[in-house]
Design a protein around this ligand. Sequence first.
Ligand code: B1M
Length: 208
Amino acid sequence: MADLKALANAVIKGDQAEAVRLTQQALDESTAPKQVLDEGLIAGMNVVGIRFKANEVYIPEVLISARAMKMAMEILEPELIAAGVDPIGKALIGTVQGDLHDIGKNLVVMMLKGAGFNVEDAGVDVSPDAFVEKIKSGNVQIVGLSALLTTTMPAMDKTIQMIRESGLSCKVMIGGAPVTQNYADKIGADGYAPDAASAVDVAKGFLN
Ligand code: B1M
């Protein structure tokens, strides 16, 4: 019987080799891919998210866990697709125009993937036009904008304006060190998250 608790623990500990081995073992034993995802990988990343929010673990540990999950996902993803398992939502995340900081944005991408979202990473220095184009072509429900510079925060405002003017119905959340809930309210963002784990809560809230 596949040990999905051990798989969750491997993700929590960031043990790549063990996460990959246990994922393969579960699949070899014909465990449903969705069960491997939910009770193994996502369960593990959930714990990491909770501990990160509580300051019990820090960014390096989160990155190591996310990497273990990513490696295991490489084996699991084709099986999930073959089994027709749908992601819980589609998100597009990028760092806004003029801004090259991507460490926080990458964490948000990883945590959302860990929570079962299909995430397109738009990269850095993404113009408002490029965001709109990607939303249109990608059937995106949730857009995440990251900014680390006070000078690039106005690009969030511009991007949201352009999304609204284009009549797109996606929800927009924003985040990044200089960003606040007040700023999110001011520019009409649908949500603000102070960290990557909270970004998952905000994104899930959009689906309800
Ligand atoms: Co830059 N930089 N940097 N930098 N840099 C800061 C941000 C700065 C505070 C340093 C300082 O002066 N004390 C300062 C900004 C000042 C300001 O505007 N308030 C600054 C500056 C000025 C600059 C340059 C202008 C420097 C120069 O060239 N003169 C330049 C700008 C380049 C550009 O973007 N156009 C620049 C360049 C760089 C590097 C390229 C060298 C490098 C970036 C490398 C990279 O990202 N690949 C860099 C770095 C590393 C930093 C610091 C040291 C670290 C940022 C970081 O990665 N933090 C930073 C100082 C600092 O913060 N101590 C600094 C860790 C990361 C996990 O945190 O991104 O905040 P953070 O993400 C958090 C949350 O904010 C949240 O979740 C994450 C954690 O859970 N979050 C979201 C982030 N995005 C989110 C999106 C969401 C939700 C939550 O929803 C969508």
